[in-house]
Design a protein around this ligand. Sequence first.
Ligand code: F6R
Length: 255
Amino acid sequence: MIYPSFVSPLTSLRVIVAADPAAAAELAATRILTLLHSKPTAALGVATGSTPSPVYRALSRAQLAEPLDLSRARAFALDEYVGIDARLPQSYRSVIDAEVTEPLGFQRSHVSVPDGSAADLAAAARDYEAAIDATGGVDLQILGIGHNGHIGFNEPGSAHDSVTRVVTLTQETRKANARFFDDNIELVPRQAITQGIGTILKARSIVLLAFGAGKAGAVARALEGPIEEASPASALRKHSDVTILLDEAAASMLS
Ligand code: F6R
């Protein structure tokens, strides 16, 4: 069952509580397909991690059933670990290739991921921000949220007008992502290149997904707590077109 969406009394965000992640993912996939139908040259902002995977699987099923020509569409990843070999399965380049580029049929040259192994990381970050702007910006940004409220790898304390840059990951984030590195936190990179919060807010529309009780606190703080740097996702309330797709567990701490 999908509950009717509601507009939060504190913000203009649309919040939709779906019965389960699969139902929420279908809604996100439909949003993406509608965009790509109406604008074949659209730029999609893609997150990695566990949360968006069912969205990409739903899109992949839709592509098999009724293929859409994505040869002119673009995609920009949110972030990439610093110092990771892009060929390793844990690199976000590999994840995006496996979950987005190949199954959905994007042209490889139209899918950008920050270069976490660049000799000059600051220049790579600047170039990434410029590349997003040069293509006309992201039409629809898909986001997950960290337990500490991070979006992209913008950890608490990130400026809400920050741009793409090199950041240091918190111990909490490295611990959460150790599941992708044989449960060994020592293998999780300490730094990343991430789109800034200001970069994310430049997207024309944003869809954030969150599933499970573990995300309930971060969701409640983002939507109902103060808009502050200690709460990166609270910055989304400054944007005029944001949809939050939750399962019941992730919505459980909303008043
Ligand atoms: C991923 C990203 C992160 C994740 C967040 C949640 O590109 O930028 O902000 O969205 O860490 O990760 P999951 O979905 O694995 O819980």
